[in-house]
Every structure is written in C-alpha cells, then in structure tokens.
Ligand binder design. Structure first.
Ligand code: ARG
Length: 462
C-alpha cells in the first residue's frame, strides 16, 4: 500500500526521481528512538484530550514498544519509499496495530513539529556525549600539566622565542579554552530545552492537546515553544550546536598543530606513543602524528558544516520549508566526527612522552630573557623606553658575537650602559624569570599551582 502521509489529494504517486531526491531515511533513521518517544508522549496527550480511550492508549503504547524493539534489533527498517523516518515509523505502527488504531496517532501533530523536537532531543543527548569526551581530554591535558609542573620551555609569539614559560602553564592554556567549550555546550543545552511538539504544521493544534505535558514527558526542562511558527521554523539551535562543535574542532586543531611541531626532529619536545601514531608504507623509519593531523583536517570540515547550515537558513521565509531537511546531515556529521576524534586525541595526549631536558635547554635560547634585563633596569629607576633600548643593545652585541645574554662579560655590559652592573645576572636565569611572574595568571610555579588547583576543582564539578 501507499505509505505516504499525504496521498489523499494526489491522483498519481511520486515519480521515482522525486522519491530519490526526497528520501531522508538513510540519514534521519538515527532519530527513530526519539520519534517513538515523541509518539508515546503524543499518545498520552491524545488520551488526556479524550481522543484515545484508556484501552486504545494501552494498545497504542504496546504497539510502540513492539515497534521500538523491532527497530532496535533491525527487523524493522525504513525504505526509500517511506520518504522519512516519521513516515516509516507510522507505517510500522499501522502494520502492527491496523489502520483503525494506528491511524489515530497522526491527529494534532505534523512532521514539522515532530522533526524540530526530535532533532533537539538527539542533539541534546549528543551534547552530553561530546561534553563527557571533552572532559576526558581536559583531564588528560591537566594530567600532563600536573606530571610536569616545573619544566620550562620557550614561550612563543609569532612562533619566535618570546619569554620562557612553564610547559604546565602552556598546556593549561589549552585546558582553559576547552573549559569554555564545555560551558558553551551546557549553556546551549539549557537554551535548547524547549519543545516544539504541539506546534503542528505551523499554527498549533485545534484538538486541545497539552504541549506542556509532552515537553515534560520528553525531558524539555523549559516547557513548550512560546510560538508555534518559531517552534517549527527556527534552527538556530542547530546552527549554534554546529558553532560550538566547530569551535571545539578549531581548539583541537590548535593543540594538534603544536603537537605536530613538537613531535618533529627539530623540536623534539614530545614523542608520541606507538599505539597513537602511524607508519609509512614506503619509509620504514617514519612515525607520523596522524591523529593530530586528522584533528587539524576535521576542524575544516566542522567549520564547513556550520557555514553550510547557515547558508541553508539564510533568507528562508517562515514557517517550515523543505530546505530545512538539509539541516540534519551537517550537524549529525559534526557529532560523528567529534565522537571518533576526541577519544583518539585524548589517548594521544595521555600517552605522549615529554622531553623535559630538550625544552629546558631551549627555554633561555633566542634571547628570551631580554625583557627581564629591561624590567630589571626599570626596577633600578631607568625609564622603560631607555631600558628597552639598552636590552636591545645587549641582544645586538650577542648576535654579532654568536653568544647568549648570560655569556656577556661584565665589561661588555658596562660598555653597553653604566646601569648594567654585574647584578643584572641575577635575572638572567630561567627559574628566576619564571618565579618573578607570580601574579594571578602568570607563569611562576606558584601561580600555575593555583591555576591547576582551580582547573581540577572545575573538572570535579563539570
Ligand atoms: N523530513 C522532513 C525534514 O527533515 C520533515 C518532514 C516535513 N516535510 C514536509 N513536507 N512538511 O525536515
């Protein structure tokens, strides 16, 4: 028989080409459990509105249970002829309950309010999954910082040596951005906890159904949509989800890029565990950071999912338009990508080896303590403009002599400026430079210990 939900006014069935264009079961089938949960809630409000008897409700719920089991074990699946998951599941219900009872569930709902609700439910579940995976990564990075609390490394700006920082401080910087991503997911979830069910096609229902009861039944803490047109036509929840996941991807790509650099022969700051690196099919010596590279690559794809969805929504008139069927694949893909990427990324992070000696060796290189000379001079009463100039002279002298700042002799210092007494040497060592930066958020061991404790506290409650 005809499975379409809209056959009545049509003399002919859909052309094959239309059916193939229109079909979405191959990607919206993952909404099936949510569709069935929505159907249960809908059956209950139909009963509350006296449109289903108690006996009919019992049989309806039993039919939905059976359908759910058949979907779960794969004995019932959608086909191209079903058009979408909602149509397929209605066919499944009709097959199980017969047309008289099965046909009653459509009353007062539309695929427009259904899909908007189920899509929210699906994404809310996956926001929690992704949030949990993100916590795992934050914990792995925090563990890395905690395991190497006092290792100095070259801090960089413009990828050039800038000032020494603690490796733990650098790693915790990444944890901070991921914490904001986790917070964004939680805030998004609270905003998305509103159910469009009951909005019907766009105008609401004339059947006296209770959208608030459906919302509560489906776990939407903030009730039902205030506006049925907005409920069925808005997708900013999906776009925002695509943004948050793209932001996670971009933040991962920044960690990834550093791991790729640190893992090169030239840096040799870290070594990746064999289980989290790959080899080359031709070069036997190769050990490649593919997880980090895939993170870097997938961030582009996550950005594409966001921009593609925004382009679909742009200038779309209210209320529902079929364009909106294009909303799901990009966002489902963002979930899928992060759900395979994050566990691998966390494993790579948790198992990498830190070459502390190499980081410490390079920490003072590249005249990274020049700022400390200038600030020492300021403490002697020299104006910063002059101090900056004098410290610059020191760098110039070192460059032409091929030496580092702490190798300048007392005579060389004195020749550059009478302010540069031998005491300047007290700041020309990395531990001193680090320890001096002990204000909140600074890179001193004591300030980083405070930060680490705060981060661990946040993770414990997240
Ligand atoms: N499958 C559609 C979607 O994902 C929902 C069905 C609404 N279709 C319709 N013709 N009103 O957006």
């Amino acid at each position: 028989g005809d499975v379409r939900l809209w056959g009545g006014r049509f003399a002919d069935g859909p052309a094959e080409a239309l059916a193939r264009l229109s079909a979405s079961v191959h990607f919206d089938w993952r909404l099936a459990p949510y569709d069935i949960a929505g159907s249960r809630a809908h059956a209950r409000v139909l009963h509350k509105a006296e449109l289903l008897t108690a006996e009919e409700l019992t049989r309806m719920l039993a039919g939905l249970d059976q359908l759910e089991a058949d979907v779960a074990d794969g004995s019932f699946t959608g086909t191209v002829a079903d058009e979408d998951v909602h149509t397929a599941l209605e066919r499944g219900l009709l097959e199980r309950l017969g047309p008289d009872l099965g046909g009653k569930l459509r009353a007062g709902r539309s695929r427009n309010d259904q899909v908007a609700t189920l899509f929210r439910m699906y994404l809310r579940d996956h926001a929690r999954i992704i949030g949990g995976l993100l916590t795992d990564l934050q914990e792995a990075l925090t563990g890395l910082a905690e395991a190497h609390p006092a290792v100095a490394m070259p801090g960089r700006t413009h990828l050039q040596h800038a000032q020494p920082v603690l490796f733990s401080h650098h790693v915790l910087a990444h944890v901070q951005s991921l914490s904001r991503d986790a917070e964004r997911l939680r805030q998004w979830d609270a905003r998305t906890a509103v159910s469009p069910y009951g909005s019907g096609a766009l105008a609401g229902s004339s059947l006296g159904l209770d959208p608030g009861a459906v919302a509560a039944d489906l776990g939407f803490e903030h009730g039902s949509a205030a506006n049925s047109i907005d409920g069925t036509a808005s997708r900013d929840f999906a776009a925002e989800f695509a943004f948050v996941t793209a932001m996670i991807g971009v933040n991962l790509s920044r960690i990834a890029e550093e791991i790729i650099l640190w893992n090169t022969k030239e840096f040799s700051f870290v070594t990746l565990h064999d289980a989290f690196s790959t080899g080359s099919s031709i070069m036997p010596q190769k050990k490649n950071p593919d997880i980090a590279e895939l993170a870097r690559g997938k961030s582009g794809r996550l950005i594409g999912n966001l921009t593609g969805l925004l382009a679909t929504l742009k200038a779309l008139p209210l209320a529902y338009n079929r364009d909106l069927q294009e909303d799901k694949e990009p966002v489902f893909d963002s979930c899928d990508q992060l759900e395979v990427l994050l566990p691998a990324f966390t494993g790579m992070t948790a198992t990498l080896t830190v070459n502390a000696a190499r980081m410490e060796e390079l920490a003072p290189a590249g005249f990274s303590l020049a700022t400390d000379i200038a600030e020492w001079l300021v403490k002697q009463g020299v104006p910063f403009r002059v101090a900056h100039e004098v410290a610059g002279e020191c760098v110039k002298e070192c460059e032409s002599a091929g030496i580092e700042l702490d190798q300048l002799t007392d005579e060389q210092f004195a020749r550059i400026s009478p302010h540069l007494t031998p005491e300047v040497r007290t700041v020309l060592d990395v531990p001193g430079a680090l320890a001096a930066r002990n204000g909140r958020g600074g890179t001193s061991p004591s300030a980083v210990a405070v930060q680490l404790a705060e981060v661990k506290q946040d993770l414990a409650v997240q």
